[in-house]
Design a protein around this ligand. Structure first.
Ligand code: XMP
Length: 512
């Protein structure tokens, strides 16, 4: 195992990704918890991440001294390099504003870190983080790479196996970065590289059993991939100590509730409570037009309904959630930061305290694509595992303005046709998310000999890596024309279809 100590960089999770891509298991812990984690985990190597602080400030974070005393190899990246230098007796000077940028590193010495990847005397592109600078090295260290702005761009104490880089090997803008990390974890730290999803599954099952014991667990299903994978994994671990609850709030896609019931009750034999709450949700949402009020209303109702059902099931002391690694990271790095809430993304936060339950989050260390791989390992069908993300508030935020059952039915049908056409054209997996939006405007049309005055449907499809930024998908016009014709012909109440060509930013993926 490799331990990654997080000093708060925006890209720490990418270090974990790169390491795991090499078949090496690793865990990220915040620097405050690093001492205990290091002792408990006994890793074969440690990576110190970058971070926004400056080591020249009195109260800036430090790596536990034990890490340097244990004889394990250490790689410091950016802030991690600087704190290593400062802690081992070198000097770092501040005063520069930290920013990312492209740069070139020239290799000035042979090093185990560069072995087979970077050659002596050559220059290589990297993504540099400029900020504080190392100005004197601790004893035992020497420079192995320089760049115009960073005379200590890469440093090493080959004997103690301590390495430091001022650039970010984990980002794609450093083309050989993955190979350098591989050198560190495989050749220097000696990891075998045999970690797989199967191994993760077995470990996760053992951990769940140890955490839960003989107690009962309740798990909310959303129809999405994450909660489904969490539920199936839990079921493998603890069998019928698990009960799943699926709330049909009437804002789901066509056939969704049936699909979930079929998969869980019938294919997996997992105890599942289906709560039909459409009437309740639509009643509470009547007259609500503001997107954030919609989200809050749905979030609160969801918690009420879920709580009532959980009480009926009785005696559960654990609540399972399909929280993913990026959720965990976002909630850490944004606390106290000057970030604004663009949309309050609804989850079941708040539930555990209210219900006095402990949390089980077996996917906390995984990224979305890893969750999909785990889903496959657990035998979840491909059509389910590869699904596009779907927001918690569902179709409510794809129906700008007031929500009514009639509008939702129109939207559901249009959406179903659009997705069906995308699948038929073989484009589903290329697209990150696709859906229809029912606009609160009516426009004039002509059908047969008559005038129509009906609704407009907007189609949206985007490519994205993580949902944070996105590009609109450039469909072939023939495809769009065909999908539009089908929607207008088959969905009563729609006489016009438009396609959204806004990227994010400046747009967001959803319309509300
Ligand atoms: P935006 O619209 O913010 O969406 O660009 C980014 C991703 O988040 C999803 N999304 C939500 N998911 N509750 C959720 O669970 C929400 O309130 C919510 N709003 C947006 C959206 O579908 C996209 O995948």
């Amino acid at each position: 195992k490799i331990l990654i100590v997080d000093f708060g960089s925006q890209v720490t999770q990418l270090i974990a990704r790169r390491v795991r891509e090499e078949g090496v298991y690793c865990e990220i812990v915040p620097f405050q918890a690093a001492e205990a984690a290091f002792a408990a985990m006994r890793p074969i190597g440690v990576i110190l991440s970058g971070g926004p602080a400056s080591v020249t400030e009195m109260a800036s974070p430090r790596a536990p001294q034990a890490i340097f005393d244990a004889g394990v190899p250490v790689l410091g990246i950016c802030y991690g390099e600087q704190t290593m230098v400062a802690q081992l007796g070198g000097t770092v000077e501040g005063g520069h504003h930290r920013e990312f940028g492209r740069a070139e590193v020239e290799v000035t010495a042979e090093s185990a870190l560069f072995d087979g990847v970077w050659r002596m005397g050559e220059k290589y592109p990297v993504w540099m983080s400029h900020g504080d600078r190392v100005t004197a090295l601790p004893e035992g260290f020497s420079v192995i790479g320089v760049s115009p702005n960073a005379p200590f761009a890469a440093i090493a104490d080959e004997k103690r196996r301590f390495f430091g880089v001022q650039f970010h090997p984990e980002v794609v803008h450093t083309p050989h970065g993955g190979a350098l990390l591989r050198n560190f974890v495989r050749k220097i730290a000696g990891a075998k590289g045999d970690w797989t999803m199967r191994a993760f599954k077995d470990e996760a099952i053992a951990r769940i059993r140890a955490q839960v014991g003989k107690e009962r667990v309740i798990c909310g299903l959303s129809g999405g991939v994450d909660s489904a994978v969490a539920a199936v994994l839990l079921h493998e671990a603890i069998g019928d100590q698990l009960t799943c609850v699926f709330v049909d709030h009437g804002l789901l896609r066509a056939g969704e509730a049936k699909k979930v019931v079929a998969l869980f009750r019938h294919a997996y034999n997992i105890p599942l409570v289906l709560v039909e709450a459409e009437a309740l949700f639509l009643k509470e949402l009547a007259g609500v037009t503001d997107p954030e009020v919609k989200r809050k209303t749905i979030g609160k109702l969801f918690i009420d309904v879920f709580e009532a059902e959980a009480k009926k099931v009785g005696g559960a002391s654990f609540l399972a959630q399909g929280t993913l690694y990026p959720d965990v990271i976002e909630s850490v790095s944004f606390t106290g930061g000057p970030s604004v809430t663009i949309k309050s993304h609804h989850n079941v936060g708040g539930l555990p305290e209210r219900m006095n339950m402990k949390l089980v989050e077996p996917l906390r260390e995984l990224f979305k694509d890893e969750v999909r791989a785990l889903g496959r390992e657990l035998g979840l069908p491909e059509v389910f595992v590869g699904r596009h993300p779907f927001p918690g508030p569902g179709l409510a935020i794809r129906c700008p303005g007031e929500i009514t059952k009639d509008k939702l039915d129109i939207l559901r049908l249009a959406d179903e046709i659009f997705i069906e056409e995308i699948r038929r054209a073989g484009l589903y997996d290329e697209i990150w998310q696709a859906f229809a939006v029912l606009l609160p405007v009516r426009t004039v049309g002509v059908m047969g000999d008559g005038r129509t005055y009906d609704n407009v449907v907007a189609l949206r499809a985007v490519t994205s890596v993580d949902g944070m930024t996105a590009d609109f998908y450039a469909f072939d016009m023939k495809f769009l024309a065909h999908a539009a014709t089908r929607i207008i012909n088959e969905v009563k109440g729609v006489n016009r279809v438009v396609y959204d060509v806004t990227s994010k930013p400046p747009g967001t993926i959803e319309w509300e």
